[in-house]
Ligand binder design. Structure first.
Ligand SMILES: Nc1ncnc2c1ncn2[C@@H]1O[C@H](COP(=O)(O)OP(=O)(O)OP(=O)(O)O)[C@@H](O)[C@H]1O
Ligand SMILES: Nc1ncnc2c1ncn2[C@@H]1O[C@H](COP(=O)(O)OP(=O)(O)OP(=O)(O)O)[C@@H](O)[C@H]1O
Ligand SMILES: [Mg+2]
Ligand SMILES: [Mg+2]
Lengths: 151, 165, 151, 165
């Protein structure tokens, strides 16, 4: 179990370097296990530095930087054992317009091998979807789904 | 493999039978606050075997059954079916289309079906073993997880890593 | 101290009835103290029912409904001892377009007596502001503030 | 009463002296992710006497001092001044304009000033007693508070109610 965990951890680390710079178009990120601890018990430390910024604690990242870092890490984990589908529920809410565009571009790259279901209020994120469904409550308290034409 | 159809009846705010065809690539779900978008996400978690009421935002499991509205009485059961198109043979069955169904009655009775045959929850979990599916963490990502993942509490973080190992 | 708390609690409750239906354009909300407990120790229960929905636990509200309920409650508390200023940091992120409009309308009403500083990414919320400032990092890692013309 | 001016120097990402004139009504602050919007909110909490590093997103208080960037060395102190226009006489002083200043040096020394006279933190807190100002909860509302307020944990909720009593 220990070897298996360490192997997966190293893969996630490699992926995180890559996904972080895909999302932030630069910068650097890393993962490390607490020193002198048994890998199966050790804390996992996250290090993230957006492009142009100095080294700083994770706490000092802004709301949007944290959301993008978490999405990059979740994708790094996902790439180790890719699931055939992935659901994202309003993860784009804290992002500004430029980061939404980056998020959509990276999503489209991953969408070649994975099916995504993305719940969003953001019009730019909707544009990157192949299929669009609207949920309404015409009858109070009862949900209905309608297919929406993207144009 | 991809999800090719979702059918919902009596689950949370879906009082009438709702069929959602799904395709590979990106599908976006939009709509006003409180209209039922996250209920669709909950329906998918539930049919894949989710047992934790905290992940379904309810006190007890029966709360997922349609509870009535201004003009409709509450229903007695909820049923969700998910069709998986097994084109890459990822699931260890000989069918190309695998339909998973979960039902819950108000009296607490519940059933799982695989291509219309009654099975146990264990059979569904075995089916998904090592495919990355199943009700666990990283196939559903929501904003609240962002704080958990980056928070000081390493327990939540380890869980996600161990899931992938 | 007990009488003071009960008086404030009753005022907050009255305000909450009003602010909730201002934000949701209908529905009902209430606050209650746990039975048979000393008011200074008792839990505070929140009840919220958006227009057209049946009675339900707070847990079952959607992301946007929860955000709007919390904003209505915070305003109900605020009205008991109004502070001369109030800062809102991206509280409008989970709201859809219709709720953003309602949020801005109610904000403009309160702005007659209170100064608001609102951090947002949403273009509709920006429109309701009298003064608009943009923050930039032209020089990497160093923030500057510029005044933005609304038109 | 309203805030009429905010001056920031050396606080978090504000390496150069920044002056922000403020007016009654609604002022909106916009900008890309990570540019320094919430740092402005932190500067206001800080100058009003905030002592909890958790509310300022730092490990220790010195972390609020500009820490350097690609082209600039870190600074040795941070200073924030807030001018309050006391037109309704809410603050118990005879001036119409009240300027509160807070300074922190890297060696940990800190100073509070009221209209350029050195005072203690206790004097600032006394000034705000019962005005609804001060570093406490309900004059700054952020999205994370939404979960705290509606969560099952009643302690957080009581705190807000007691603040108002
Ligand atoms: N068992 C049930 N019976 C009937 N309605 C229910 C049931 N459970 C939840 N609901 C309704 O579903 C609504 C919440 O829906 P949901 O969380 O999917 O909204 P959403 O579309 O995700 O909104 P948001 O954009 O705000 O996140 C609640 O208002 C609640 O009334
Ligand atoms: N002491 C410091 N010295 C220099 N820079 C700092 C310091 N503390 C924080 N920062 C910088 O401030 C940035 C965060 O700014 P802030 O949280 O205000 O962003 P924001 O505009 O609110 O963004 P968002 O829209 O994502 O919420 C961090 O990226 C960090 O680099
Ligand atoms: Mg939702
Ligand atoms: Mg921010």
């Amino acid at each position: 179990a220990r070897i298996q965990f360490l192997e997966a951890f190293e893969k996630i680390r490699d992926n995180f370097h890559r996904t972080f710079s895909m999302y932030f178009e630069g910068g650097e990120a890393d993962l490390s296990l607490q020193e002198n601890e048994d890998p199966l018990e050790a804390k996992i430390e996250i290090y993230a530095r957006p492009p142009g910024k100095r080294n700083q604690a994770l706490k000092q990242l802004s709301g949007g930087e944290k959301a993008l870092t978490a999405i990059a890490l979740l994708f790094a984990i996902y790439l180790v054992k890719p699931s055939p589908f992935c659901i994202l529920d309003e993860v784009d809410a804290p992002l500004d317009d430029a980061n939404i565009k980056r998020f959509s571009t990276v999503l489209s790259k991953f969408a070649e091998d994975t099916q995504f279901i993305v719940v969003t209020h953001n019009k730019d994120t909707m544009k990157s979807a192949g299929t669009l469904y609207g949920v309404t409550m015409e009858e109070v308290g009862v949900s209905k789904i309608v297919s929406v034409n993207l144009n | 493999m991809y999800l090719s159809k979702l059918e919902i009846f009596g689950f949370k705010s879906f009082a009438t039978k709702t069929v959602v065809p799904l395709r590979p690539g990106i599908t976006s779900i939009v709509g006003p606050n409180g209209c039922g978008k996250t209920n669709i996400v909950d329906a998918i978690r539930w049919v894949l075997g989710e047992q934790r009421t905290s992940m379904l935002r309810t006190e007890k499991m029966q709360d997922i059954i349609f509870n009535g509205s201004k003009n409709r009485k509450r229903l007695n059961y909820a049923e969700v079916s998910l069709t998986l198109h097994n084109n890459k043979g990822i699931l260890p069955v000989e069918y190309t289309d695998v339909v998973i169904t979960r039902r819950l009655y108000r009296d607490g009775d519940s059933e799982y079906l695989l291509n219309k045959n009654v099975v146990r929850l264990k059979d569904i979990n075995d089916l998904f073993m090592d495919t990355g599916m199943g009700p666990d963490a990283y196939s559903v990502i929501e904003l609240k997880m962002v704080d958990d993942l980056l928070s000081e509490d390493p327990v939540e973080r380890r869980k996600l890593f161990e899931e992938a190992a």
